[in-house]
Write a protein that binds this ligand. Structure first.
Ligand code: FDA
Length: 392
C-alpha cells in the first residue's frame, strides 16, 4: 500500500496545479490519471496556444446554480496571480482580444510550467492508472487502482467534465460525488456549436466558412462576436458563448449589430432606387451570405424602389432580430465545457472540501461552475485548485 498525504485524481489543469501547490506546502502528493499523457485538454486548447486566463475574469463570467460560489476562490487566486507565474517562467504570451491571454508559442509551455511546479513540490505524477474503487476510512481514503492500492488523508477529485471523451473525459467525478452522497446537478454541453433543422442547415452549408459579426442572444443575455457558418450549423465565438445559456428556445441573431439597417436601407432606396435588395445586402454582407439570406428569409428580391415602407422595415427588422431555432448542439463530442456537475451547495467555497465528507475535495470543471469562452475556464481551474491546495 502506497501512503500519501494527498491523492489527486486527474492530471489536467486543476489537478496538476493543486498537486503542485500542495506539494510546495510540504504535503506528499501523488496525481493519478488514466490517460497516457497529462494535460491533454490544455495541449488542445486555444487552437494549440492555450487561452490560459482572461485579464477581466470576474464572477459575472461564470454560470452556476449558485453564482456566488466562485467568488471566494476567484478573489483569493486571481488571473494576476497566474499571469505572475507565467511571467516567472518567461512564457511569451499576448492578448488576442477581450482580455484573452494566449501563449505566443505553444500550449505545451503551460503544461511544462505545471510539471515544473509539480517537480518543485516533489509531486509524483502517475499516468495510465485506472481507478477501480474508493473507500472511506475514519481518517482518510483507500484508492484502489490498476497499479495497486493507495492510502491518503485528503482526496482531490479533478477529473473534469464530459466534454471531448476522445481526450479522456469520463463521468468519474460525478460518480464519486454520488457515492459519497453529494448532489450532482444535471449536466449538458456548453461552449458548443448549434446544429440546425434541414431547411436552414442545407442552404447555410453551401456557404460554410462564411463568418459575420453578430449579436447572438437568448435568455436576456447576448454576445457581440463573430458567428461562423459551418457544414453542420452555426459556430464561432458568438454562438459558442450563447450556447451555454441555450435551453431549446429561439436564438436571436442581430446580423448588423453595429449599424442601423432601417436608416441605411431607406438611404439606399433614395440613392439607388434601381438597386435590387440582393445587391444592396451584398454591400452590407459577404455576397454569398447576402444571396443565402434572401433565400432563407424569403425576402422578395426586387429593386428597392418597388419595396414599400413596410417591406423595407420588415427586412431591417428581420436582419436585426433573426430568430433561429437550433435543432440541438453538437454535444459533448465538440463541446469545450460541461455545464452543471457537483452541486456547489455540497462544497465549501473557501476550501472546495465536501461539507459533510471530511478530506474529500472537488475542483475544476467537475464542479457546477462554468466559465464563458475566453480563458475563464482555466482561471476557474487555477483558482479552485489553489484554494483547495491550501487545506488538503
Ligand atoms: P481536465 O479535463 O483538464 O482534466 C481532467 C483529467 O482527469 C484528465 O487528464 C483526464 O484524463 C482525467 N480523468 C478523467 N476521468 C478519469 C478517470 N476515470 N480516472 C482517472 N483520470 C481521469 N478553457 C480555457 O479557459 N481556455 C481555452 O483556450 C480552452 N480551450 C479549450 C479547447 C478545447 C478543445 C476543450 C475541450 C476545452 C477548452 N477549454 C478552454 C476548457 C478547459 O480545457 C477546461 O475547462 C479545463 O481543462 C478543465 O480543467 P480540469 O482540470 O477540471 O479538467
Amino acid at each position: 500500500m502506497i501512503q500519501r498525504d494527498v491523492i489527486v485524481i486527474g492530471a489536467g489543469a486543476a489537478g496538476l496545479f493543486c498537486a503542485a501547490q500542495a506539494g510546495q506546502r510540504g504535503r506528499s502528493v501523488e496525481v493519478l490519471d488514466h490517460a497516457k499523457k497529462v494535460g491533454r485538454k490544455i495541449l488542445m486548447s486555444g487552437g494549440g496556444r492555450c487561452n490560459f486566463t482572461n485579464m477581466y475574469a470576474a464572477p459575472e463570467n461564470f454560470l452556476s446554480e449558485n453564482p456566488h460560489f466562485c467568488k471566494s476562490a476567484l478573489s483569493r487566486y486571481t488571473q494576476w496571480d497566474f499571469i505572475g507565474l507565467v511571467n516567472d517562467y518567461r512564457i511569451p504570451y499576448h492578448e488576442k482580444t477581450l482580455g484573452q491571454l494566449f501563449c505566443d508559442d505553444s500550449a505545451s509551455d503551460i503544461v511544462s510550467l505545471l510539471m515544473s511546479e509539480c517537480k518543485k513540490g516533489g509531486v509524483t505524477v502517475t499516468t495510465r492508472c485506472e481507478i477501480t474503487a474508493i473507500e472511506k476510512l475514519d481518517d482518510g481514503y483507500i484508492v484502489n487502482t490498476s497499479l495497486g492500492q493507495y492510502q491518503c488523508e485528503s482526496l482531490v477529485i479533478a477529473t473534469g467534465g464530459l466534454s471531448m471523451p476522445k481526450l479522456g473525459a469520463t463521468p468519474f467525478g460525478y460518480k464519486i460525488a454520488e457515492q459519497f452522497g453529494l448532489a450532482v446537478l444535471p449536466t449538458r454541453a456548453g461552449l458548443v456549436p448549434f446544429t440546425l433543422p434541414p431547411e436552414l442547415k442545407t442552404p447555410l452549408a453551401e456557404i460554410s466558412g462564411v463568418s459575420q459579426k453578430v449579436r447572438a442572444g437568448c435568455v436576456n443575455t447576448s454576445f457581440l462576436e463573430d458567428m461562423l457558418i459551418t457544414h453542420r450549423g452555426l459556430s464561432g465565438p458568438a454562438i459558442l458563448q450563447i450556447s451555454s445559456f441555450w435551453e431549446g428556445q429561439d436564438v436571436e441573431l442581430d446580423l448588423s449589430p453595429e449599424e442601423d439597417l432601417h436608416a441605411d436601407i431607406q438611404q439606399a432606396r433614395q440613392n439607388q432606387p434601381n438597386q435590387t435588395l440582393k445587391n444592396y445586402l451584398a454591400t452590407r454582407f459577404a455576397k454569398r451570405l447576402a444571396e443565402t439570406l434572401i433565400e432563407v428569409l424569403s425576402f422578395d428580391n426586387m429593386p428597392l424602389k418597388q419595396l414599400n415602407e413596410k417591406q423595407l422595415s420588415n427586412v431591417a427588422d428581420t436582419l436585426h432580430a433573426w430568430k433561429v431555432r437550433p435543432s440541438g448542439t453538437e454535444g459533448y463530442r465538440t463541446a469545450e465545457v460541461t455545464l452543471g456537475g457537483v452541486d456547489t451547495n455540497a462544497l465549501s467555497s473557501k476550501t472546495m472540501e465536501a461539507r459533510d465528507v471530511k478530506g474529500l475535495y472537488f475542483i475544476g470543471e467537475v464542479v457546477d461552475v462554468t466559465g464563458w469562452l475566453g480563458g475563464y475556464n482555466f482561471q476557474w481551474a487555477w483558482s479552485s485548485a489553489w484554494v483547495a491546495a491550501q487545506y488538503v
